[in-house]
Design a protein around this ligand. Sequence first.
Ligand SMILES: [Zn+2]
Length: 179
Amino acid sequence: MAIRLIRKEGDEILKKKAKPVKEISDSIKEVLDDMLETLRALDAVGIAAPQIGTLKRIVVVDFDDEIYELINPEIVEEEGNQNCNEACLSVPGRCGDVQRPFKIIVNYTDREGDEHSLVAEDFLASALCHEIDHLDGVLFLDKAKNIQVINEEQLRQRKRERKKRRAAKLLQKRGVYRK
Ligand SMILES: [Zn+2]
């Protein structure tokens, strides 16, 4: 496993359409491992393969202590909408508001080659939409309104909020509720 360099806005690869994975070879598994390691090293929510310079249809999302590895993800249903304030590893220092569906159903293949259908709502839905957009060469900046500069402190604040939400979810899972 290796931490990979993140391609930044302005890099042509981020505008290209990624190719479907035809066979889950060892090198594809290595890409998955590298994506997860890079994601964790940067303490981020999601990453798409083009962001590490690999033009394949793969996304990895780490949400509430669950890892979602999606190969050839395809959104087959969308419902409702939500306004999300998004940031991106490839667009350091900026955030913006993007309209996303509230609920999606995504078909995908896992690293064993098995096909699944995932129902995602709320934050997870928006994170998956953001990453899947990367596979079509779309950045959140292309869709965002109200693009703002985000500073280090705000970035830390976002991470703290994420941790808090994660901790609350964990307690909930264990049957502990806090008011
Ligand atoms: Zn992104």
